[in-house]
Design a protein around this ligand. Structure first.
Ligand code: OAD
Length: 260
């Protein structure tokens, strides 16, 4: 079932979805770059504006790229950090903060490294691909020394002298165990799985949706791009998350309009 959200019309949601969400015990939410698009942060694969449409991942987001040219990789991440610092959470992020208040259990796991969920007020966010605002050293994962940063580019680790790198997951690297296991458990046991703003192009995160389906959860996809959806997706909310998510909460909990 696909719900399209043309810009001007109010979004109407299938009543089964509204009922399921209102009665949900455990909602698992997976987000991708799309939820931050309305905050002005480029996604990766959107044809014209995506980062991977302009740069090659293998040149910038792999350990080999960093070994080859640490300065170039570090400077690309500094450019992305500035974008993130200027960005603000959008209504999509804020709607997920509200959703967490409305259901008995909500787990939020994100592929995004921008920290916007936390800045919106979400707690216990599981960052499956790390966080661009943190650094660690390349050789030993020593965290950055908050006090000072060496003058070099990239800066050097105060403890072992190796280059610092952003604390994000690069292609070919393992995801953080604790976060991934928690996301696995949540997807397998939830009764409603909300996938927001992800192309589902990168494993192992992309498998979480199938895990939720096999666990019997209702899967809801929020994305303006119809090509992301598969026939198995029961409920597709086609539109930008900054518009869809607040409207979904308003329809599911109309009383919220009166309460703060
Ligand atoms: P992608 O760029 O692959 O996909 C972004 C998705 O967001 C697309 O399907 C868009 O249609 C959708 N989108 C765009 N604007 C939107 C909006 N306003 N509301 C909702 N959806 C919108 O980004 P991810 O799926 O997050 O990993 O990519 C997953 C991983 O691949 C990233 O974490 C990154 C990337 O390479 C690494 O670099 C390891």
């Amino acid at each position: 079932m696909t719900v399209e959200s043309p810009k001007e019309a109010p979004v109407k949601f299938p009543s089964p979805l509204v009922r399921e969400l209102r009665g949900a015990r455990h909602v698992a939410v997976l987000t991708g770059a799309g939820i931050s698009a309305e905050s002005g942060i480029p996604t990766f694969r959107d044809a014209m504006t995506g980062l991977w449409a302009k740069f090659r991942p293998e040149d910038l987001a792999t350990p080999e790229a960093f070994r080859r040219d640490p300065r170039r990789v570090w400077e690309w991440y500094e450019w992305r950090r500035e974008l993130v610092a200027r960005a603000r959470p959008n209504p999509g992020h804020l709607a997920l903060v509200e959703l967490a208040r409305r259901v008995p259990r909500m787990d939020l796991f994100t592929q995004n490294v921008d920290g916007l969920h936390q800045r919106a007020g979400s707690r216990d966010v599981l960052e499956l691909h790390g966080n661009i605002t943190r650094d660690r050293c390349f050789d030993n994962d020593h965290p950055a020394d908050p006090g000072s940063r060496s003058e070099e580019t990239p800066p050097r680790c105060r403890r072992c002298g190796s280059f610092m790198r952003p604390d994000v997951v690069w292609f070919g690297e393992r995801l953080p165990e604790r976060e991934l296991e928690a996301a696995w458990e949540s997807a397998a046991r939830c009764d409603l799985f909300l996938s927001v703003g992800t192309s589902g192009a990168v494993q192992p995160v992309a498998s979480l949706v199938d895990l939720a389906r096999h666990g019997g959860a209702t899967v809801v996809i929020v994305n303006p791009d119809a090509s992301v959806f598969s026939a198995r997706d029961r409920i597709v909310l086609q539109g930008p998350s900054g518009r869809i998510l607040p409207a979904l909460l308003a329809e599911t909990w109309p009383e919220r309009r009166s309460s703060p």
